[in-house]
Write a protein that binds this ligand. Structure first.
Ligand code: SAM
Length: 212
């Protein structure tokens, strides 16, 4: 795996790539912000976010006074460093007293949380199970990890996942450990075309066991 790269394109946009593959830019960020809005509308106050990226989900969450604590898991230390030094706008997000950034794999960061300690887990580490940038992220969308997430949520807490496309395997994984699984389409404008990205969510039932 090669590391992340950041560049300012000729059109002025800031672009993030990992392994040479486009991850995101700062032109169309409505779905990243919609991920935050979904979590906020569900009433979450203590939230774990998987994937810092360019910080749009984090910024939208911190804009709400409802939010009391956010743990951000980011695999690449360079991305955190670029935000700290202003190369990626958002140093203020990292100094917000509600934010704790942990450099590491989101699976390890979730595992390190206390059982039943979070209101929501918002996952945007890859493009969804069918369009992976890192093959290694396949497990983030599978049942064992969803079950681990469920154990770290309070009863009634939520897992919300950004996905490039609707995915039967993702709704099946969520449905094995969560109830009320739903897919919400988010309209986005990509260059000259209209597209839809997806937020797939589920709710922790009362009787989930607390996995180690
Ligand atoms: C699409 S970006 C996140 C975008 C973010 N929601 C925003 O608003 O800018 C995905 C991020 O997840 C990170 N990432 C990828 N795999 C990861 C993993 N397994 N654990 C933690 N972070 C990961 C990438 O380095 C990248 O910063």
């Amino acid at each position: 795996m090669t590391g992340p790269t950041l560049r300012r394109r000729d059109d002025g946009a800031l672009e993030l790539r990992v392994n040479g593959v486009f991850v995101m830019d700062d032109v169309e960020t409505s779905s990243e912000q919609a991920l935050a809005r979904t979590v906020l509308d569900l009433g979450a106050r203590e939230i774990l976010v998987g994937g810092l990226g360019l910080g749009y989900t984090l910024r939208a969450l911190l804009a709400s006074p409802q939010v009391t604590r956010i743990i951000v898991a980011e695999l690449h230390p360079q991305i955190v460093g670029w935000m700290r030094d202003g190369t990626i706008p958002g140093a203020d997000l990292l100094t917000d007293e509600r934010t704790q950034v942990v450099v590491g794999d989101v699976r390890d960061v979730v595992a390190a949380q206390s059982p039943a300690s979070l209101d929501a887990i918002a996952l945007d580490v890859d493009n969804g199970p069918d369009f992976l940038v890192h093959e290694d992220n396949a497990g983030v969308y599978e049942g064992d990890f969803v079950e681990l997430c469920a154990s770290r949520l309070r009863p009634g807490g939520h897992v919300c996942v950004w996905s490039m496309a609707p995915s039967r395997s993702l709704t099946t994984s969520l449905g094995a450990a969560l109830t009320d699984v739903r897919e919400e389409a988010i309209a986005v404008r990509l260059q000259d075309r209209d597209e839809r990205y997806w937020i797939v969510s589920g709710t922790r039932p009362d009787d989930v066991s607390a996995a180690d």
